[in-house]
Ligand binder design. Structure first.
Ligand SMILES: [Mg+2]
Length: 233
């Protein structure tokens, strides 16, 4: 009986949404903001953050190498960090998108190459702590940040958290996969997506690759699509 119920339920799931966090669910990139705000004087003096990001985007550094050095260059305690997180706004339309996915029984998962601590904090603040997510693990360590990579071995090592692996693992044959993102680490995630919502760096990448995508300014665009598109397509 259980397997029959499960089979029926799976048959009804025709759409699945995977969505980036930094710069997609939040309007600004939280990771970029915290590393800029909490750089040590030495890191600021050497422009560490911008140099690391440039090397990461150029493929010289992996996410693991970049984020470990970023964390080492910080000075911050938990209270200061939490105070900083209060300033990040959600992209308009997030609540409506969550409600739409709930009503339509569309599974929604957040995939991030950022940190679990701030994702949890911000989701909880907005009453959305039940949305599952996969990310890197952040720690406070002797006055600075530290990071662990629980998903690192699942991918090729360029990203700390392989979004493509999660999509392949979480989705089922025949489902329509929707992906929404804005940045560099989303380039790999869109590989198996049927529909891509892109803005900023991801939109530029899609254009450069001739990859079809739907541009978006806010998350209402995704909800509008879910409410009007044919799920069997
Ligand atoms: Mg992003």
């Amino acid at each position: 009986m259980l397997s029959s119920d499960k089979k029926t339920r799976n048959k009804l799931i025709k759409t699945r949404l995977f969505i980036d966090f930094d710069g997609t669910i939040t309007d600004c990139d939280v990771g970029d903001g915290i590393f800029t705000r909490f750089m040590s004087p030495e890191a600021a003096e050497s422009d560490l953050h911008n140099r690391l990001i440039a090397d990461w985007k150029a493929g010289i550094l992996s996410s693991e190498q970049c984020l470990k050095q970023e964390c080492k260059g910080t000075i911050v305690n938990r209270a200061q960090f939490d105070e900083e997180l209060e300033r990040y706004e959600l992209t308009p339309g997030f609540k409506r998108l969550v409600e739409c996915c709930h009503e339509k029984d569309i599974p929604m998962m957040i995939l991030s190459d950022g940190f679990d601590y701030y994702i949890s904090y911000i989701l909880e603040k907005h009453g959305a702590a039940d949305i599952p997510f996969r990310s890197n693990h952040m720690l406070f360590n002797n006055g600075s940040l530290d990071v662990e990579f629980p998903w690192l071995e699942k991918g090729c090592g360029r990203c700390g958290n392989c979004k493509r692996w999660h999509i392949e693992t979480e989705s089922k044959t025949g489902e329509r996969i929707i992906y929404a993102g804005d940045g560099y680490s989303d380039r790999f995630a869109i590989h198996d997506a049927d529909v891509v919502f892109a803005r900023r760096d991801l939109a530029e990448y899609c254009i450069s690759q001739g990859r079809e995508f739907i541009p978006y300014e806010d998350l209402h665009a995704i909800t509008d699509y879910l409410e009007t598109s044919d799920e069997s397509s």
